[in-house]
Design a protein around this ligand. Structure first.
Ligand SMILES: *[C@@H]1O[C@H](CO)[C@@H](O)[C@H](O)[C@H]1NC(C)=O
Ligand SMILES: *[C@@H]1O[C@H](CO)[C@@H](O)[C@H](O)[C@H]1NC(C)=O
Ligand SMILES: *[C@@H]1O[C@H](CO)[C@@H](O)[C@H](O)[C@H]1NC(C)=O
Ligand SMILES: *[C@@H]1O[C@H](CO)[C@@H](O)[C@H](O)[C@H]1NC(C)=O
Ligand SMILES: CC(=O)N[C@H]1CO[C@H](CO)[C@@H](O)[C@@H]1O
Ligand SMILES: [Ca+2]
Length: 697
């Protein structure tokens, strides 16, 4: 190990050629002339995907203030197109799954989280094939994966895994002479050199083609903190104590990947195209920039913050990776994507940098403003390469190839959903055009709607001012979010089986109910019939599941004006819900509309089966928070109605009396005001004002 290690470093030092960003100026000029060549059908493009870690848009020129010079990334921007509205999942591992699978995270084996070792399997289930596997199967691509994996896998030889996060190597009598199962090589990579979780967690060891690269007799327990390194090229940092290689050096993580990719290309002497997927360490914590880059450029301490130093190193790494391809004359037929993942459902958190270069096929130096997801890369590559998306794969991938290629071609994506996990989903959001709707799962399930075209900092929640158009938009977006999410309602209409023995047959969810094994082979079952085919249903408890949380469509109630109200009527307008859902019998009858269940569902002891299709019994609501606005609302409307004389209630502009709720003014405005405030205590204390409508007495 030691010899090998030193050898690598010497090679890194000696191979400055690969790392000089200024090379091949003339060649580039030649290439520029072949722009807009027609795509040669027989010649498949090479593909290089560089995925940075936790790099936000503000870290990158075009979006940010560009404190760190990024010549290579800027060059890439000028050589290709920059997607200004690209998104990923807020988390590392799910974003990686999205990229390679073309799916939203919850279609994988586990719906969210960070996936390290286990005695189980990686994220790919059933028929799902990674981009690498499809490229390999259909066009014999030579495929390589380097860097941060994070998609899980089974420890060798059916070993057990105790989940002891700091002692993953010695914990469980695992036979490390044997390969990992279900790592990158199992989803279509010919070659791999990876760490389970980047630089952030144990084991601090690389795996090559699934084999642990640390001698098992030599495993070291690394304490949290700063450590000197063999190469003395900076201080290695361990963020979380844990086992790993005795020569682990977090400062050299990225240049090792550069070296590996260069080796891959050196050995790539077939006429087959290649697919390279490189998961960089930058700029995830711990931040431990090396003193010098391989070409001698000083890095550590160049900027006032090691985070910025790492961004600088990242740019050099991008330059080196590009040069590795260019130096071999391969760039002309190579599609390059540079992108990242990031951290929350707020704008800074799931908007990612995304740059694509494909000489002669897509334009240079253009910005693209369409909505694209990291999961759309799959279908986009399918278009560029001409591969068929296999049945059951890439279910949430929408090609943006045309959007990338042609001016005036919009992206085809209308909605993009985001779910953030911290043990469970704690927030979710959806993009639609210039709008974003977000919901945070807390005792109030706070909701937000922003117009990002003029409020990218998300300061003005449009839901604060109820209006018909805003309400409608919210309903549309939240409904779509739920459809895309991890617990979609079962579709009620019939649909066509897209493949398999019953291909073409028109069925309803009953088809899956009759034989649940069909769920595994025909993935439309998961898409359309979650209550039957959904996995990890305990997680659905966080969110209403159709069988538990349903509007009772036979339920009717008497409205103020004496008309009959139904759940459908209620669901059409937010203010109607606000007005009526406070009445217990109504919130029970219209559970889904009144969202009673999204709170109740947090209690995992709630049975997951019917008979809750019709208005459920009181028992179910034990965990509904006993907090406002529903505590004091009586289950029947009060018989006599008056306004409390001195009653004042808080509004955003101070205290108001009952009269304010029905005082002069535009009818519509008064109605809105009432919809907003006539709840709980206010509706009781200002009963008359709340019930009289805009006319005041
Ligand atoms: C792309 O957008 C950035 C940031 O708004 C801007 O600085 C740059 O000039 C744009 N490029 C083009 C070609 O429009
Ligand atoms: C995987 O590692 C991350 C980072 O250390 C940790 O937060 C997570 O809990 C781990 N997951 C498992 C399943 O061990
Ligand atoms: C490619 O060429 C290198 C050097 O010429 C050689 O060592 C290697 O075995 C070749 N690889 C393949 C796959 O042919
Ligand atoms: C969940 O509900 C059950 C049954 O109503 C109750 O016994 C239990 O205490 C509740 N748990 C929580 C965490 O609220
Ligand atoms: C969790 C995470 O990675 N967050 C980062 C996302 O990107 C912005 C910069 O655009 C950083 O400030 C965040 O720390
Ligand atoms: Ca990340």
């Amino acid at each position: 190990m030691k010899l090998y290690h030193i050898h690598i470093f010497l090679m890194l030092l000696s191979r400055t050629k690969c790392c000089d960003a200024k090379v091949k100026e003339t060649k580039k000029n030649v290439r520029r002339n072949v722009r807009r060549k027609t795509q040669d059908e027989s010649k498949k493009p090479n593909i290089l995907i560089i995925l940075a870690d936790d790099v936000g848009t503000s870290d990158i020129p075009y979006w940010g203030d560009n404190i760190v010079p990024m010549n290579n990334i800027q060059k890439l921007q000028s050589q290709g197109v920059t997607f200004m509205h690209a998104h990923a999942s807020p988390l590392c591992a799910p974003s990686r799954y999205m990229l390679l699978s073309g799916n939203y995270p919850h279609r994988g084996y586990q719906k969210g989280g960070a996936w390290n070792f286990s005695a189980e399997q990686n994220q790919f289930i059933g028929d799902q094939k990674s981009i690498a596997e499809v490229l390999k199967d259909q066009f014999n691509y030579h495929t390589g994966m380097y860097g941060k994996w994070h998609l899980g896998g089974r420890v060798p030889d059916g070993g057990t895994y105790s989940n002891d996060r700091s002692r993953p190597l010695t914990c469980c009598d695992i036979d490390w002479e044997k390969p990992m199962e279900d790592g990158p090589n199992s989803i279509g990579f010919d070659e791999s050199f990876y760490t389970m979780g980047g630089i952030q967690s144990a084991p601090y060891s690389f795996f090559r083609n699934e084999y642990l690269q640390t001698d098992v007799n030599n495993i070291k327990f690394w304490e949290e903190g700063t450590h000197t390194t063999v190469n003395n090229n900076g201080e290695s940092i361990i963020g979380k104590e844990g086992e790993g290689d005795p020569e682990w050096d977090s400062t050299e993580y990225n240049v090792r990947l550069v070296k590996e990719v260069d080796d891959f290309l050196e050995n790539h002497n077939t006429t087959d195209p290649f697919f390279l997927y490189v998961g960089l360490g930058q700029v995830h914590t711990p931040h431990s920039p090396p003193k010098f880059y391989t070409d001698g450029t000083p890095i550590a301490g160049t900027f006032e913050d090691p985070h910025l130093d790492l961004l600088y190193e990242m740019d050099l790494v991008v330059g080196s990776l590009m040069a590795s391809v260019e130096d071999r004359g391969l760039m002309e037929n190579t599609l390059v994507i540079f992108t990242s993942d990031n951290g929350s459902v707020w704008e800074g958190g799931y908007t990612i940098p995304m740059i694509m270069r494909y000489d002669g096929i897509i334009p240079t130096g253009e910005n693209k403003t369409g909505l694209v997801g990291i999961n759309d890369i799959y279908a986009t590559l399918a278009d560029f390469v001409g591969f068929d998306i296999p049945d059951g794969s890439a279910q949430d991938s929408i090609s943006f190839a045309d959007h990338a290629k042609s001016e005036g071609k919009a992206s085809n994506r209308d909605f993009f959903g985001v779910w953030n996990w911290a043990g469970r989903v704690n927030s979710q959001a959806i993009r639609y055009g210039k709008y974003k709707y977000a919901m945070v799962f807390n005792d109030k399930n706070d909701e937000y709607l922003y117009d990002l075209s003029n409020d990218v900092r998300e300061k003005r929640n449009l839901l604060r001012q109820s209006s018909d158009s805003v309400d409608e938009l919210k309903i549309q977006m939240s409904t779509e979010l739920r459809r895309l999410g991890f617990c979609p309602l079962d579709v009620e209409e019939s649909f066509v089986i897209p493949y398999g023995p019953d291909r073409g047959k028109e069925v309803t969810c009953q088809y899956f109910k009759e034989d649940k094994t069909r769920c595994r082979s025909v993935h439309i079952g998961e898409l359309n019939c979650n209550s039957i085919c959904g996995r990890n249903n305990n997680l659905c408890m966080l969110y209403p599941k159709s069988s538990q949380c349903r509007d009772d469509h036979s339920f009717e109630f008497i409205r103020e004006n004496g008309d009959t109200g139904t759940c459908g009527w209620l669901s059409e307008r937010a203010f109607r819900k606000e007005k009526y859902c406070g009445r217990t019998e109504i919130s029970n009858g219209c559970m889904a509309t009144c969202k009673k269940c999204s709170k109740n569902i947090l209690n995992t002891s709630v049975p997951s089966q019917p008979p809750y299709t019709s208005a459920p019994s009181q028992l179910l609501y034990t965990s509904v928070p006993s907090q406002p606005p529903y505590t004091s609302v009586p289950s029947q409307p009060p018989t006599s109605c008056w306004n409390k004389k001195q009653y004042k209630f808080p509004t955003h502009s101070g205290e108001k009396s009952c009269k304010w709720l029905c005082f002069k003014g535009k009818k519509r405005k008064i109605k809105r005001r009432q919809a907003r405030y006539c709840k709980g205590d206010v509706s009781l204390s200002c009963c008359q004002a709340c019930n009289a409508g805009p006319r005041c007495t």
